[in-house]
Design a protein around this ligand. Sequence first.
Ligand SMILES: Cc1ncc(COP(=O)(O)O)c(C=O)c1O
Length: 482
Amino acid sequence: MDPKEFREVGHRVVDFLAEYLDHIEERRVFPDVEPRVVNELFAEPLPQEPNSAENVLNELESKLLPYCTHVGHPGYMGLITPSPNPVGIIGDLICSAINQNVGAYSIGPSAVAMERRVVRWLTDLCGYGAKAGGNLTSGGMMANFIGLKVGRDAVTHDIAQHDGIHHRWAVYASEERHVSVDKAVDCVGLGRNALRALPTDTNFQVRIDALEEAIAQDKKDRIRPMCIVGVFGTTNTGAVDDIRELRRIADGEGMWLHVDAAYGGGMLLSHEWPMRDRALELADSITIDPHKWFYAPLDAGAVLVKDQDRLTASFGIKPSYLTDELDQANERYQYYVHGFEQSRRFRSLKVWMSFKRYGACQIGEWIDNNVRQAKHLYVLAEKDPDFEPATSPPMSAICIRFRGAGLNETESKELHAEVAQRVEQSGRFWMSTTELKGKTWFRINPVNFRTRKEHMEELFRLLQQECLAVLRARGAASRASD
Ligand SMILES: Cc1ncc(COP(=O)(O)O)c(C=O)c1O
């Protein structure tokens, strides 16, 4: 591909994407297509011969774009993947063009410096001091894993990373934790059964009495308490655990406190509902994902550690082929000795560009709009006797359920699943269902700067209509079988 072709193709792609973003609401959010058809789209052997870039792009236009989930569409309110902000999209293009590898200083000096600055912005936002550090990660899953690994090593006095785990240990988290915590507990060598899933109160915050009881029981059983994982914004309802209490208990037992703010970290930018007084800074480590509620395109998660030397203690192995002998003054920051991953994409670029282009103020306004939309839906659901909200939403995630017609839980689960499917088929919205305290709910979460109040109203009307339509269809079906 010579520079002329690169320029022509690049212009065409940027023009195409500008049109795409400008008219995104005219598309279906989710494609109306059978999975079998999608799977067959790309079924071909490895291409041996070259093709023109134009042909390749034409193929994408016909095979890829029509079958995407358009997460930038204002009706996308599902699993937490934001509308990517446009300057972040451009950032990713630049990132691939220069292909800096922030694993090592020698493969990206300015990129390493930029990531260190972005990490500093995030640690400042969380209220950490000068000793804090961190890495940008592929997402919250990896960040939770690194947080737990660093915690495991600190609590075992830097034995576990050398000798492994020889005693029984336990980790404590709320029943509303993200599943990545379960995977992390497994990956640090404790096994999933070492996780104590604790009940929550009516606000979906972890119950402190249950935490204290679980620790006391474990100690009786000669199991050592290792780590508490607090949640700052649960996936289902945006609940924030009482971090001050978690800190008090962790200190009493010599435990690590990791707080998962993968989603809820966005609230630190909110103007109207700032959560900077919720003591996030008391955590020893934090997960916070710019690719969730800072509207950065995937992928850009982050793990932050209050004392960055703990990262080095956990991961600091220097293989001979990477040691930088010329750096006598130790000025070349080597992420590979202060983090888990080696080759790493230059993720900070899109995050840096987003903050520079929009400023924290504008991003905070987008966040406030999303929270306002969730609160509006809450009011709509509360006013309708056939519906019930789980709790008043502190963030943008809201769960509501249909409670009309006196359905039992099995029938209710089926109804919610069928309605969610109909909503998907409408092409106007996408949302998920979930379970909370043994009941099924619609889970709706705008993390999207294109969503407006009227979208919440339209979605609620659709839910009212489809719940009744499913009930009618079922009534007709049962009459027919009588
Ligand atoms: C609270 C929470 N933690 C962690 C994660 C995992 O993040 P990721 O999907 O970026 O790996 C999620 C994902 O939604 C989440 O909501």
